[in-house]
Design a binder for this molecule. Structure first.
Ligand SMILES: C[S@@+](CC[C@H](N)C(=O)[O-])C[C@H]1O[C@@H](n2cnc3c(N)ncnc32)[C@H](O)[C@@H]1O
Length: 549
């Protein structure tokens, strides 16, 4: 029997990444979690908002039971799916998201991961209580719970070495040291961070609040564990901040080094403890190869890799380019990237440490290709204008968040870039995360004509000197952007003109539409036309900048 505040209904709609909808009393109630077709019990917290309490009946998508923790663990979402079904389900989620934003996808390919088990090369476990004030637990947060952590003894998305180290650590400290309680700011044990590379190098970092406790015995016992890989570094990080993020205030190396080596597509990478590195190494190989194929031959070209991490993309794609420059904010990652370049004997690659937003303001290069691989928040909206102003032939945008991806891609389309290819890849099987990749270009001509000419000084032939003179005459002047035209008009006429109006005048004059607002924007708005006064102002600006005579 349903009590007044709880509702039972069937999930009729899901949207990316993990939002579900049920209908109740002709209202739509949205909540986090849930799978299409599940019958769920939710608590209504507002008129159109709920909280998932229970799954009453599984969905038809949930045909398997692959993980003993799946009912409680907040780490995965799709453990009960057959993996092929998960790929289809995720593809549908992405397609719906794109189409909802007006991005019609043709031939959208979404690839499954080469490995959907034991794939993660890094885990950040949290110490807490299994139930409030219960025994020590070490693992991932329970689904929909703020404090409680599930002991992920049999987690199947990591290598068994992770499970051995995690279990040993929990047992070692149980009854010895208390977990850190972030609300009360008491206790000691905060996180356990483990990295394991595909060549078997293991780095273990225990993160605690300041403590007099001597961790050396714990570290010595870790060395004796029966693992398939080799421990190459044992670290102790002290963090007294209130934030739950692993903020390194002090890092002590107890044994070995504070980095591991990873190998990828013929290159070697030093990965330091806090640097970003793709968490699924096998699928990262597919991702980078996918990007390489989408961009084509980079020989003789200048590549700018924004948000470059330890420089994986800068090197994998940049090794074939004339010059490659990576930009990354984490100093430690840049140091590793510079060492990686030496390790791989690549001389055409350099790195700038800084915030992309600041760096692109002053960077004096003319890249032919820009790769962007930002964190989940996407490209800083205040940086995107300057990034597009580099006006490269091609952009390759790699994203781990389709929501910010769609938002950002629209900016490129508004500025005249068009989608060449768009693909997706399941980098994170069993979880609700995916990777999407798009190549955007404006380098293709709108049409081609073939002309046969003969060069020389005879009659009917074109003299070589004349060609050089003409080439000089036709050298394109600095690109006149919509923004430049808008600024000119505002200064001279004291009114603003919409980019769609400039596009319309250009279209009427038969001019190329490289940086025209995209169809998505046009479709969203009711179609209006510029007044004759605005048409004249736009034509004046186009004459002023010698776009027309
Ligand atoms: C998704 S990772 C991509 C790393 C790299 N491309 C790779 O595949 O390994 C995003 C990177 O952006 C960096 N980052 C985040 N914000 C940044 C900013 N404002 N400026 C420069 N780098 C930033 C992060 O430190 C992280 O290394």
């Amino acid at each position: 029997m349903q009590n007044k505040k709880t509702i039972i209904g069937t999930v009729g709609k899901v949207s990316f990444p993990n939002k579900s909808e049920i209908e109740y009393d002709e209202n739509k109630i949205v909540f986090k979690g849930g799978i299409l077709g599940q019958e769920v019990e939710i608590k209504r917290v507002r008129r159109s908002k709920g909280k998932l309490l229970n799954v009453v009946q599984k969905s038809k998508w949930e045909t398997e039971a692959n993980c003993v923790h799946s009912e409680v663990c907040g780490g995965c979402t799709y453990q009960n799916f057959n993996y092929d079904d998960e790929v289809v389900y995720k593809k549908n989620l992405i397609t719906n998201l794109f189409e909802g934003e007006g991005l019609k996808l043709e031939n959208f390919e979404f690839l499954g991961s080469p490995n959907y088990k034991h794939y993660r090369n890094k885990m950040e476990y949290t110490f807490s209580d299994e139930y409030r004030d219960g025994p020590l637990s070490l693992g991932l947060h329970m689904r929909n719970k703020f404090y409680e952590v599930v002991n992920t003894d049999e987690c199947n998305i990591v290598h068994s070495d992770f499970n051995v180290i995690r279990a040993f650590t929990r047992d070692y400290f149980d009854g010895t040291l208390p977990p850190y309680q972030k609300m009360r700011h008491t206790g000691t044990l905060r996180h356990l961070l483990i990295r394991r590379s595909s060549i078997g190098e293991i780095l273990i970092n225990i993160v605690t609040a300041s403590s007099e406790y001597d961790f050396s015995d714990y570290f010595e016992e870790l060395k004796n564990l029966n693992l398939e890989g080799n421990i190459v570094g044992l670290l102790h990080t002290t963090n007294d901040s209130l934030s739950d993020a692993i903020v390194p205030e002090k890092v002590d190396i107890y044994f070995g080094r504070d980095y591991i080596y990873e190998e990828l597509l013929g290159l070697k990478f030093k990965v330091s403890v806090f640097s970003f590195f793709q968490t699924n190494t096998e699928s990262a190989k597919v991702l980078y190869s996918m990007g390489e194929n989408m961009l084509g031959d980079l020989k003789g070209k200048v590549l700018l890799d924004l948000y470059s991490g330890t420089g994986t993309i800068t090197q994998i794609l940049g090794r074939n380019a004339k010059r490659a420059i990576g930009v990354e904010i984490v100093e430690e990652a840049v140091e590793s990237a510079r060492e990686n370049v030496k390790l791989n004997n690549l001389e055409n690659i350099e790195f700038i440490c800084g915030d992309v937003f600041q760096v692109v303001k002053d960077l004096d290069v003319k890249p032919d290709v820009i790769v962007l691989d930002p964190p989940r928040d996407g490209i800083n909206p205040r940086a995107i204008e300057n990034i597009i102003n580099f006006n490269p032939e091609e952009f390759l945008y790699i994203s781990c968040n389709p929501v910010t991806f769609v938002r950002d891609v629209q900016e490129f389309l508004k500025r005249g870039y068009r989608i060449e290819e768009i693909k997706g890849l399941d980098q994170f099987p069993r979880t609700n995360h995916v990777e999407t990749v798009v190549s955007l270009s404006h380098k293709n001509a709108d049409s081609h004509i073939n002309v046969n000419v003969e060069f020389g000084d005879e009659e009917g032939q074109i003299p070589i000197d004349e060609i050089a003179r003409k080439a000089e005459e036709y050298r394109p002047s600095e690109r006149v952007t919509y923004k430049i035209i808008q600024e000119y008009i505002e200064n001279k006429y004291n009114f603003k003109v919409h980019t769609a109006y400039i596009a319309e005048v250009k279209r009427d004059l038969g001019l190329p539409m490289y940086d025209a607002p995209n169809t998505v924007e046009e479709l969203k708005q009711e179609r209006k036309h510029p007044t004759p006064e605005k048409v004249e102002a736009i034509k004046d600006a186009l004459r002023h900048f010698v776009v027309i005579q």
